[in-house]
Write a protein that binds this ligand. Structure first.
Ligand code: NAD
Length: 357
């Protein structure tokens, strides 16, 4: 075996249908007694349910969470947390809400209980991002890692099918890149392969019935595993590219990951055969690394995933700028790249043209 370093991220995970009901008990277990609930405006009703479940442990509700954590939102929510003397934050929602809790935890050093309702995986990573003057500043800090994560399948049932597919493929992207990332270990590789398998099987079943509890539970189980490997390893070309596109052009986060993934993997495949073999196996296509990309393409078509940047609002005239920005700073990736190779990758992604087509 090759040498490796594996840093286990500590979090308590409560998984299962109905587990939202344990919210007050989990807050008490942390020794907290004044929990501030956070949601987006769209999930305010769910926030009210959390407040009810908390009873006397609730210190209030903030419903202003927004995508990419604008600094003004974080400042406003932090002021409320101080005003109500919160000693704990409850993030109920997707990556945007968890992201707000993380920005607040960084400043106020409050523990987070995360109740995820998408498959983004932020709830199990020490990664955070805050947007100021149009630029998203990201970082890694153990203080922002939620202490407890409650995965209740019931809360994901309302996620629309197209958003579920995009969020699930976003999770697959975390796991796929971790397989060839710096800090990969035998443990993260096991989790990544199993995470991809769980999401793929879950989404295949979900498109027949978006309220299928078994399919949803596979997706949420996969999201957990994929999130853990995102937080444990260091991402490469795919994530850096998505970060650049999201920051420059405000493209929808999960959908952008969905479109870029097959192209980033096609680019890295020659330099990462072991990773591609695991991806192929997770997609049910056997152990041949060459089977991974065709199987991924078939899967994306089966679940009606977005396949073209053009459909997400990207302008063709911006591709040169995107390629230049994504390659301005060096970062680890299994295959060397430059603005020219990334420009070609983006061209394929813009038109939804898969490798070999
Ligand atoms: P999101 O949190 O922005 O949610 C999108 C919309 O869907 C919101 O309006 C939300 O209220 C709604 N929604 C969420 N769950 C729902 C449900 N079950 N039913 C109905 N509506 C629901 O989307 P996201 O993709 O989960 O998160 C994206 C953000 O998370 C981005 O800012 C991204 O950078 C960040 N992110 C961070 C990490 C990390 O490790 N730090 C990882 C992944 C994503």
């Amino acid at each position: 075996m090759e040498n490796f370093v594996h840093q286990q991220l500590a979090a308590r995970v409560v998984f299962g249908q109905g587990s939202f009901e344990t919210l007050a008990a989990e807050v008490a277990l942390l020794g907290a007694s004044r929990a501030l609930v956070l949601t987006t405006p769209e999930q305010a009703d769910l926030g009210k349910s959390a407040v009810q479940l908390l009873g006397k442990l609730s210190a209030g509700l903030y419903t202003g969470a927004r995508m990419h954590v604008p600094v003004a939102t974080a400042t406003e929510a932090h002021a409320l947390a101080m005003q109500v003397k919160a000693d704990c934050l409850i993030a109920v929602g997707g990556g945007s809400t968890t992201g707000l809790a993380k920005a607040m935890a960084l400043q106020a050093k409050l523990p987070i209980v995360a109740v995820p309702t998408t498959y983004a995986g932020s709830e199990v990573t020490p990664l955070y991002g805050i947007t100021q003057a149009g630029e998203k500043v990201t970082g890694k800090d153990a203080r922002v890692l939620p202490k407890t994560v409650i995965y209740d399948i019931n809360l994901s049932l309302s996620l629309p099918l197209d958003a579920s597919v995009a969020s699930g493929v976003n999770a697959i992207a975390h796991a796929a890149e971790s397989l060839y990332a710096r800090l990969v270990s035998p443990v993260t590789s096991l989790m990544a392969e199993e995470g991809i398998r769980a999401i793929v099987n879950g989404l295949r079943k979900l498109i027949g019935n978006p309220r299928d509890v078994d399919a949803r539970s596979h997706c949420q189980y996969g999201a957990w595993l994929c999130g853990v490997v995102l937080g444990t390893t260091e991402m490469g070309l795919h994530h850096k590219l998505c970060h650049t596109l999201g920051g420059l052009f405000g493209l929808p986060h999960a959908q952008m990951h969905t479109v870029i993934l097959p192209h980033a993997l096609a680019y890295n495949a020659p330099a990462a055969p072991a990773a591609m073999a695991r991806i192929a196996r997770a997609l049910g296509a056997g152990p041949d690394p060459a089977a991974a990309l065709p199987a991924l393409r078939d899967f994306l078509y089966t679940v009606n995933a977005d396949v073209a940047l053009a459909d997400l609002g990207m302008k063709e005239r911006d591709l040169d700028r995107a390629a230049a920005a994504a390659t301005a700073k060096p970062y680890p990736n299994p295959r060397p790249f430059d603005a020219g190779s990334v420009r070609k990758l983006l061209d394929n992604a813009y038109f939804g043209r898969f490798a070999g087509q």
